[in-house]
Ligand binder design. Sequence first.
Ligand code: HH2
Length: 291
Amino acid sequence: MRTMDSTAPFRVMGVVNVTPDSFSDGGRYLDAEAAVAHARELEAEGADILDLGGESTRPGAASVAAAEETRRVVPVIEALVAGGARAQISVDTSKLTVARAALDAGATYVNDVTAFRHDPGIAELVAERGADCCLMHMLGEPRTMQRDPRYDDVVSDVKAFLEERLAFAVAAGIPEERIQLDPGIGFGKTVEHNLELLGRLEELAALGRPLLIGVSRKSFLGRITGREVGDRLAATIAANLLAFLHGASVFRVHDVGPVRDALEVAAATVRQTWLTTTTRPTSSTTTSTTS
Ligand code: HH2
């Protein structure tokens, strides 16, 4: 079983939406064969995790029955496992029965945008199976979340929420090292809330768990750049790099190859800076020879 490699500087999670209505790629991979082919492409581009979703969480999205969601994602997971997928397989769901069927089929990661609030039993399931999980912040529910979201201080409020959900997950028996946290960019947040969260991720990193960030193609990038959803790659890369520099380490994206390249460069630069600053004799020596 492939699980988290905590020594890697970052991990890229490729999005595979097996839905008719996802905001950026709805309907493109609804057919299981198309979804499997797309997942393989993302793996070839360097995805460490493949996140399979059978229900859209975009604002106003209709909810999907558990049986239909299972029917969409399980055959894709089975085919990927049978084909010897190298990447870890994640299921993006808030429903216990869907999560169980996905883990039975070979997934080892549950990405729950309700952080186990919709179906608290998922926490015991994840604990029993020794799976990894992501707990995400969302204000309200997808149908209503973008109606005038308000916070006292968005970063402190999200941090308190994630701290409480982390404690809940640990109390259910999930080891801390299996848990990643996500501020839920775009889930009950204005453009300003999203930007403030991205710029103050260090405060969330203080909770001691890896931070997962999902900014890919999202509407706040369109609001800033004026670009349509299919033309937000540059904005997506910029936001992911910024998140990396502020402490995020798992990046949920549609465009795995380009984002991975950008993160490799950022990680190499940070490493190099660290090496040169720590191996230099002393900063005063350097200053004196250059002045
Ligand atoms: N964003 C989306 C879905 N799932 N999971 C986590 N942990 N973090 C996110 O930011 C996140 C998520 C929305 O993106 P997408 O899957 O492309 O769209 P849709 O929900 O319309 O299928």
